[in-house]
Write a protein that binds this ligand. Structure first.
Ligand SMILES: *Cc1c(COP(=O)(O)O)cnc(C)c1O
Length: 448
């Protein structure tokens, strides 16, 4: 007979299905399948931990967002924010659906070209574009969004030297009532800097001014802030029309719509508090439609939504390595993934479900990752059934930013599997191994 493990007895209050003031305690229903593919099956086939992405969910999210905006405004274009998740398979799903690419570095720009996006459908944002990036983007007719005067002057010089006439817009920062203000990117609206930059561009023979852009923040909870942003961009577009007799082709309101994750410290879950895309769309389109542009000169509305389109399409599956009691008697569960793979556990109280049926008794516990580092905490406090070594868990809504901001530290980064529309699974990024990790290292002669 197998020996039963001994644990020093503790007297601790157990909660089973207690009521609280919001109703019954949230149930810990096991999640055994994702899009009807077995969680256990995927873990045994591909190993643990494992990222899983649902192609169906990405397409549902995208089509839903497009429908919401297109039923309110005649000209709408989405551009996929590469930094939110630049796995090529993911980007290609968005491009197949009709999304352009929104990139913020030469690296991301190359990835977009590699994914078959036409140059004129790539939006190049961000403060870091070097001369060769700018030349390539100009030659490809991409939309270059200027971040600062140094970039503007470089682009004017390069355009003259190379006989180019790039299509450009400026990024505008502004006070939308959200603090801290994001004023480090682009040209300020209130102090006239944005208008000065537009004037400089409109007066240049080597630049074609085509739009205005802003990205006012991320995980924004206020549709009103977007109404303010839309009004300010309309005012700039109107000014360009009045002063230079030229209607801008587009107004780009950036990304920033929240996903339904729960921010750390929030009183209620994100699913109950986050405004819907409809509310953001109403706020934005009411302003543009009401601004006074003639119908045939309405600018195209560009959106660069990232997290709201992908977060709930991503899952992280993992395994319990051990459980222990901390010195204060709290239960601790150690998982085989931590901050290294799940960067967003710094921001969110991620929902975590057991992947198998466990007992009805629950206990408040802390969930640690596997790193030998004190800050490696996945959840500071979560009430869960009594997970044991070998039990498996599913973390929800991890599709945004984790697969780009993950860090290689102490362990390898896990593989990523895509569940396609027919529920077939495909590896879209292999797990790392020693060979991959050491590929770029070199040993100097005297240490060989
Ligand atoms: C990051 C970023 C986005 C996407 O932001 P989300 O908050 O994920 O929607 C869009 N535009 C720009 C310029 C960005 O930097």
């Amino acid at each position: 007979m197998e020996k039963i493990r001994y644990e020093r007895p503790f007297i601790i209050k157990m909660n089973a299905g207690l009521m609280n003031k919001f109703g019954t305690q949230s149930v810990n229903e096991p999640v055994t399948h994702i899009e009807s593919v077995s969680v256990k099956g995927m873990l045994s086939e591909y190993g643990s931990p494992l990222f899983v992405i649902s192609e169906k969910q990405i397409r549902r999210n995208y089509q839903n967002a497009v429908r919401i905006f297109k039923t309110r405004y005649p000209k709408v274009q989405f551009a996929w924010s590469y930094k939110t998740n630049y796995m090529n398979a993911v980007c290609r799903i968005f491009h197949q659906e009709g999304s352009w690419a929104e990139v913020v570095s030469g690296f991301e720009y190359s990835k977009a070209l590699g994914n078959g996006v036409q140059g004129n459908k790539i939006i190049f944002n961000g403060p870091d574009k070097n001369d060769s990036d700018l030349i390539l983007a100009a030659q490809n007719n991409s939309l270059i969004h200027i971040d600062h005067y140094d970039e503007l002057y470089s682009l004017i010089r390069l355009s003259e030297e190379h006989g180019l006439k790039p299509r450009i817009a400026i990024r505008v920062n502004m006070d939308t009532g959200i603090y801290p203000k994001w004023d480090r990117f682009g040209f300020n609206f209130e102090n006239g800097q944005a208008w000065n930059a537009l004037t400089r561009i409109a007066n240049s023979d080597n630049l074609e001014l085509v739009g205005v852009h802003c990205h006012i923040g991320t995980f924004m909870l206020s549709p009103t802030a977007y109404a303010v942003a839309a009004r300010n961009l309309c005012e700039l577009a109107w000014g360009v029309k009045e002063r230079f007799g030229k209607m801008l082709q587009y107004i780009d309101l950036g990304g920033g719509f929240p996903s339904t994750n729960t921010l750390k410290g929030a009183y209620l879950p994100g699913t109950d508090t986050v405004p819907s895309i409809d509310q953001f769309a109403d706020a934005i389109t009411d302003v543009i439609l009401g601004y006074g542009f003639k119908h045939d000169e309405l600018p195209t509305l560009i959106l660069e939504s990232g997290r709201t389109l992908i977060d709930d399409a991503g899952y992280l599956l993992g395994t319990v390595l051990a459980t222990k009691r901390l010195s204060d008697g709290r239960r601790a569960t150690i998982l085989d993934f931590g901050l290294n793979s799940l960067f967003t556990s710094l921001w969110y109280d991620h929902k975590i479900s057991p992947a198998q049926k466990l007992g009805n008794q629950t206990e408040e516990m802390v969930m640690f990752g596997p790193l030998c580092m004190n800050i490696d905490v996945v959840r500071e406090s979560i009430t869960m059934p009594l997970l044991q070594k070998g039990d498996q868990v599913v973390v929800h809504k991890v599709g945004a930013y984790n697969m780009t901001q993950w860090m290689q530290f102490i362990t390898y980064r896990p593989p990523i599997v895509l569940i396609d529309n027919d529920n077939n699974t495909h590896i879209i990024r292999k797990g790392e191994d020693l060979k991959y990790m050491e590929e770029l290292e070199q040993i100097p002669e005297h240490l060989v």
